[in-house]
Design a protein around this ligand. Sequence first.
Ligand SMILES: NC(=O)c1ccc[n+]([C@@H]2O[C@H](COP(=O)([O-])OP(=O)(O)OC[C@H]3O[C@@H](n4cnc5c(N)ncnc54)[C@H](OP(=O)(O)O)[C@@H]3O)[C@@H](O)[C@H]2O)c1
Length: 347
Amino acid sequence: MKTCKVLLLGYGVAGKAFARILNKTHDDILKGKDIDVKVVGITTGSRGSLVYQDGLDLAEATRQLEEDGCFDPKGPYYSKIDSMTAAEMLDYDVLMELTPLNIFTGQPATDHIRAALNRGKHAVSANKGPLAWHYKELRDLAKRNRCGFFFETTVMAGTPTFNMAHHCLQFCEIDKIEGILNATTNYILKEMAKGVPIDTIMKTGRELGFLEADPSMDTEGWDASAKLTVLMNVLMDADLTPDKIDRTGITGVTAEDIAAAKERGNVIKLMCRGTKDADGNVTATVRPEEIPAGDVFAGEDLVAVYSLYTDLMGKLTFLQYGLETTQTGYGVFADLCRVLDFMNGAV
Ligand SMILES: NC(=O)c1ccc[n+]([C@@H]2O[C@H](COP(=O)([O-])OP(=O)(O)OC[C@H]3O[C@@H](n4cnc5c(N)ncnc54)[C@H](OP(=O)(O)O)[C@@H]3O)[C@@H](O)[C@H]2O)c1
């Protein structure tokens, strides 16, 4: 039986959600794919690391972080190894990049992935930074070294996008993408439309965990721009970076704008749009737009949505309802399954 040794860089919301799914499915994977998945390393930014070649106890790792706030420095598998050294030195088959996003550089996550691929290891990224800034380089490096490189979680958490397109839309040309890709601004605009004052929305959003202490990456449209960049680079072979998107956030949208849109039967949404013409010229915008209140994109319970315009399959729309951490963990898990298929020669 084969073994797949996993190295997790980062063990926060995404890492722990992935660990819960892996614990639940480990035996089924063993039966279904004949591969024993073992997490051999976990690194964090400030809470220590764990390394054990025979496979770490993930429930115990999660317990230590949640109850003690850090890995036990006196525990048997405790290590001070940092992420870059782990990526370069440890013995593993797949690196999972689950560290925080730097939306302006994609670092240090890009270096972690580059180190893995250079060593011929597979890589999975929940972090959209490396995809937004260095997708083609990393894709080509993976191809040269015959490695899998997967990133389902980067746009709309685990909602099937890249893995779906890879399997189901082979040889379809995609020349247009539109969507609402940022859940936070969708929430803010929805609450504003109900007449809730912006200060109350921000306070409640933080209490419910929807909003960061500093939500400017969302409200100024950077997060949506990074996601549109990733979609267009991967699905339309564009050559964008987030700074090349024509971007306007929602900070200038007022309650009066929303009320006036409502009078016209419309709602305001932060729309992402990308097109590619027959000569390969690309345009990409992120900006607040009025859309009809009855449009599928205006749905009350919708978290995020995208449509792809294809030559062979027409327009396809994918809607995401509800945002649970399980979905984030599942996106990473789905990528691990692709790595396992890769190891079995099935990709
Ligand atoms: N949360 C979601 O629903 C979601 C959805 C889609 C994509 N993502 C992406 O997934 C990634 C992880 O998100 P998250 O929500 O899990 O973040 P998080 O809860 O803030 O956890 C981040 C983890 O990374 C660790 N870390 C920080 N710097 C590190 C470094 N240099 N090396 C190794 N670990 C480091 C942190 O450790 P310390 O606590 O010690 O700093 C923590 O364990 C991000 O790129 C995010 O954009 C998240």
